[in-house]
Design a protein around this ligand. Structure first.
Ligand SMILES: Nc1ncnc2c1ncn2[C@@H]1O[C@H](COP(=O)(O)OP(=O)(O)OP(=O)(O)O)[C@@H](O)[C@H]1O
Ligand SMILES: NC(=O)c1ccc[n+]([C@@H]2O[C@H](COP(=O)(O)O)[C@@H](O)[C@H]2O)c1
Length: 268
C-alpha cells in the first residue's frame, strides 16, 4: 500500500530538478508542532535529526534518539539520503530502508508512550550527502526560526563532519550550519574514548555547539553478550547472512526483524 507513495517520493528526489527534502511519514499532521507546543520563534521546536543509511535501522539508532529526547529534543526525524558522502548503496534498496524507518517510527509511537518526544517521529528523504547541505531545505519547510535542528551522530561521524576534505574552507562553509543547528554526539566502541571525543570537540572550536551523550545500556542485551553501543547495521547484515536470528533480534526492533525476514533482505 505504501510502496507506490514511497516510489513517488523517491522519483521526486531523483528527478530534474530534484526535491531536496520531503517527509514520507509524520506521526501527526502538524509534526513537528503540537497543540501544546505550536510553531513559535520564542521557543523553537527542537528536532533531533538522525541521518543514517538505515541499512537496517538498529537499536543503537533507536537509543541515540532516546538520548536526544532525554536532553530536551521535542521531536525526531529519521533522515535517509539518496547520496552518501562516502558509501555506495548495497544491501536494502531506498524504498525498503524507508519502510524499515517507518516500521521503527511506528514501534516508537506504539511502545514509548512515556517518552512523548520520541513518539513525535517523522521519516524524511534528502538528496544531500553533507550535513551543511541537508539542513537548509529542512528548515525551509517551517516558518522562519520556529525550528532548531540537532543532528545526532556517533563519534565516527562527528570526525567526518569536521574533516576538511569535505570542504573548501571548513569553518567558513560550516558557519551558516552552526547558526541554526547543533550537534549531539555519542561515543562509539572502536572510535576513541569519551575523553578523546571531548578533546576533539574542544580542538574543533565548537564546544558550545556540540553536546556529548551516552547510549544507555539495557541489562537484557548486556546479558546476551552484545551491548547496544556495540550494535551496528553491519553486525545485523552479517547476522542475517549467517542465519543468527537470535543476534538479529537483539540488535533490531521486532518490526524491523520481521521486515527483514519477510523481504529476504541481506541473505547473500
Ligand atoms: N552503536 C553506535 N554507537 C554510537 N553511534 C552509532 C552507533 N551506531 C550507529 N551510530 C551512529 O548513527 C549514525 C548513522 O549510522 P550508520 O547508518 O553509519 O550506522 P552503522 O551501524 O555504522 O552502519 P554500517 O554498519 O552499515 O556502516 C552515525 O552517525 C553513526 O555514528
Ligand atoms: N562532512 C559531512 O557532512 C559528512 C561527512 C561524512 C558523512 N556524512 C554523512 O553522514 C551520514 C552517515 O554516514 P555513513 O552512513 O557513511 O555512516 C551520511 O548521510 C553521510 O553522507 C556527512
Amino acid at each position: 500500500m505504501r510502496k507506490p507513495f514511497l516510489q513517488k517520493a523517491l522519483a521526486a528526489a531523483t528527478s530534474t530538478p530534484p526535491k531536496p527534502f520531503q517527509t514520507t511519514f509524520t506521526a501527526t499532521s502538524s509534526w513537528p508542532f503540537t497543540a501544546d507546543r505550536p510553531a513559535s520563534t520564542v521557543r523553537p521546536t527542537r528536532i533531533a535529526v538522525l541521518d543514517s543509511s538505515f541499512n537496517p535501522p538498529t537499536k543503537a539508532h533507536f537509543h541515540l534518539l532516546k538520548a536526544a529526547t532525554r536532553i530536551g529534543c521535542d521531536a525526531v526525524l529519521l533522515l535517509l539520503a539518496t547520496n552518501n558522502a562516502d558509501k555506495g548503496q548495497t544491501g536494502a534498496g531506498a524504498i525498503e530502508r524507508l519502510e524499515m524507518m517507518e516500521a521503527m517510527a511506528m514501534d516508537a509511537i506504539s511502545n514509548e508512550k512515556d517518552d512523548p518526544a520520541l513518539c513525535q517521529m517523522a521519516v524524511g528523504l534528502t538528496i544531500h550527502a553533507r550535513f551543511m547541505d541537508k539542513a537548509q531545505p529542512i528548515l525551509d519547510q517551517y516558518p522562519t526560526n520556529t525550528v532548531q535542528l540537532s543532528w545526532i551522530m556517533g563519534h565516527d561521524t562527528m570526525t567526518r563532519l569536521f574533516d576538511p576534505k569535505y570542504y573548501k574552507d571548513v569553518h567558513a562553509d560550516m558557519a551558516p550550519f552552526f547558526e541554526q543547528c547543533d550537534v549531539i554526539c555519542s561515543s562509539r566502541p572502536g572510535y576513541g574514548s569519551r575523553d578523546e571525543m571531548m578533546r576533539f570537540v574542544e580542538q574543533s572550536g565548537y564546544t558550545d555547539k556540540v553536546t556529548l551523550v551516552d547510549i544507555e545500556t539495557e541489562g537484557e542485551d548486556a546479558e546476551h553478550g552484545i551491548e547496544i553501543k556495540e550494535m551496528s547495521s553491519t553486525v545485523v547484515r552479517n547476522a542475517v547472512k549467517s542465519k543468527n536470528w537470535a543476534l538479529v533480534e537483539r540488535c533490531v526492533l521486532p518490526s524491523v526483524r520481521n521486515f527483514i525476514e519477510k523481504n529476504g533482505l541481506y541473505n547473500s
